[in-house]
Structure formats: C-alpha cells, structure tokens
Design a binder for this molecule. Structure first.
Ligand SMILES: O=C(O)CCC(=O)C(=O)O
Length: 326
C-alpha cells in the first residue's frame, strides 16, 4: 500500500490529520508514506475513502468525521470521490440520498462558472427574482428534443457520476452507477439555477418528466435545501422535515420517495440559521462543518446544476441536425 503525499497550502485544516498520522506512524506498515494531502494507491489502482477509512480503523481513534478525513486526505481544492456512493449515504432520510462534499475541484468549479457567465444572454430565462438556463433546451410537453449536453456540462460531472459505483460489491463486473436503471442510463438534461442572497425556490416536486434521480452540483456558495412532507389533507407542512446543507463543489443525489412523495425548496432568506448536527441531516458528511459552527450561513450567490434523465426524448432535433453545437 502506498500513500502519496502532496504539499498543500491549507495546512491548518490538515494539521489534525497530519498529527494522527505522524503519531501513529510506528503502527503502520513501513511502505506507507504520508505528509499532507495524501492519496492512496495500492493494488495497482487509486483507492478512495472506503479503503482510506479502513486504513484509519487501524489508527488510534481520534478521527473527527469521515468527511473530514476525506477532505484531509487530499488538497482541499482537489476533487475527491469515495470508492462507492455507499460511503456518502445520508443515513437519516426516508429514501436513498448521497452527499459528496468534494465532487469537483475549485478549478473545475471556476471553469463551469465561467462557461455559465459566457452563455449568450438569450440562454438565461429571467424569473421574478431568479434566473436559469436549461441545457440542451427547454422541455416541450415534458419531452426533450434529442441533443447532446455541451462538453463543459458533460465533463467532468457526467463522466464522474457514471464512474461512481453504487456499492463496493461487484466491482469488476462493470460499474453499477446511479443512472444504471434510468431510460438513457445517464442524465440528458441540466437546469442551471442562480440564487442571489435572499432568493430561493418554493417547495415543489419535480413532476413526471424525469427519472426519479436528481443530481445537484452546487457552485459558488453554500445554502440549505429543505425537504417537506405533505399533510394528510395534501397541504404542505410549512416546517421542513429535513434540512441539507449544500456546500460549493458538492454533489447531492436524491432518489425514490424523496422525488415522488416529498417536496423540496430553498427559503428566501439572507442567512440560513439554526445549523447544527441536530438540525442538518448531512452534517457528518460536510467538508467543513466548522464553517457553520456559529449555526449561521450568511448567503452569497449560489449556482446549482441539476442533472436529470428526461424520460421522453424526441429524435426530431437530432434528425434536423439541430442543437449539435457544443
Ligand atoms: O437549486 C437547487 O438545489 C434546487 C433546484 C430545484 O429544486 C429544481 O431544479 O427543481
């Protein structure tokens, strides 16, 4: 087993992890190297959190949280993926959901934000308080005109999503990824929403157009997504049943009844309040829970990329040679 070290400009964040390693160095096989920003490589391939956490099991138990270790195991500005989605599961929700705090790197985030900003003005649909882009196009009667996503929305997000196995079982038989059962086995549509401070989105369900898997990449800033129950009479229970913090560069995946039975929304507030391990379901998975230690998150502009598989696709666009420009 090899742990590769890389220097990091973020030493303060890495220091506790460093000290865990250096204090335990005597108990680790001698072929193990570490300093800061470690990446694990053994058995001929790069390994990720699951294996790294197994390694941590043999270290003295002073590890703060899996997510913290994941973050400490690489430079903070790099992307970092677990070996399977199972390691990123949000366990206290009624259906399967995953949170990956470092799905893309800072550089990838910057490049995507630049491409969004460079989109021609007519690409933006201006709502009363919020604006959005749809790629490759708007749906017409819940149907998508067949067209590829632009390359900057495809790579790295889609390729990375499809490379992530659901679990560590059965690796080698091909990756069984989060879209394995969906009609096109991949997301074919992306909604880009921009939320200035004080602006959110009303509680809603996403409806019948999509396969019930929603992958949301957050860019620029953190905010809180609320999940709501409907009451017996069908009215919305105004108190969120669960709250999820979405940090910049994170990926949130929601599925199944979270899609079909519950509503989701973002409050129109300038600051998320009452944030703690008791109120936020993905607290143990956050990259930097310390940032919310005051219980508050003053909002800054946050942009989201919502990747979904539209069930019905019309081939007309492709036949006419439309929409093929990337
Ligand atoms: O921006 C988000 O995280 C939520 C977007 C959303 O609710 C939607 O696209 O339906």
């Amino acid at each position: 087993m090899w742990l590769f070290a890389g220097s990091s400009p973020h030493r303060p964040l890495l220091r506790p992890f460093d000290s865990i390693f250096s204090q335990s160095s005597q108990s680790i096989p001698s072929r193990l190297f570490f300093r800061t920003g470690c990446l694990a490589h053994w058995g001929g391939s790069w390994r990720s959190s699951r294996q790294l956490l197994l390694l941590l099991d043999i270290l003295p138990a002073r590890v703060p949280s899996p997510a913290y270790c994941m973050m400490a195991a690489r430079g903070i500005d790099d992307a970092w993926l677990p070996s399977s989605l199972e390691a990123a599961r949000i366990t206290s929700l009624p259906s399967t959901a995953y949170y990956l705090p470092n799905f893309i790197s800072e550089e990838e985030e910057r490049l995507i934000l630049d491409r969004i900003a460079a989109a021609p003005r007519p690409r933006w649909k201006q709502l009363t308080h919020r604006r959005l882009q749809t790629w490759p196009s708007d749906l017409v009667q819940n149907k998508l005109l067949d067209a590829p996503l632009p390359s900057w929305l495809e790579t790295p997000v889609v390729s990375r999503l499809l490379s992530l196995p659901l679990s560590d079982d059965g690796q080698g038989d091909g990756v069984r990824h989060i879209f394995a059962e969906s009609p096109h086995q991949r997301p074919n549509h992306v909604l880009i929403n921009e939320y200035p401070p004080g602006i959110g989105i009303m509680p809603h369900k996403d409806g019948a157009a999509y396969w019930p898997v929603v992958c949301t990449v957050s860019l620029g800033a953190s905010l809180c997504l609320n999940l709501y129950r409907s009451k017996e009479d069908g009215a919305l229970d105004p108190e969120p049943a669960w709250r999820i913090i979405q940090e910049p560069r994170s990926l949130l995946i929601t599925t199944d009844t979270l899609y079909t039975d519950y509503l989701h929304g973002i409050s129109d507030i300038k600051e998320d309040l009452d944030l703690s391990a008791n109120t936020i379901v993905n607290w143990p998975l956050l990259r930097d829970a310390e940032a919310f230690a005051s219980g508050r998150n003053p909002r800054q502009t946050r942009t989201s990329l919502t990747y979904r598989d539209v069930l019905k696709v019309s081939k007309v666009g492709a036949k006419l040679g439309l929409f093929n420009k990337r």
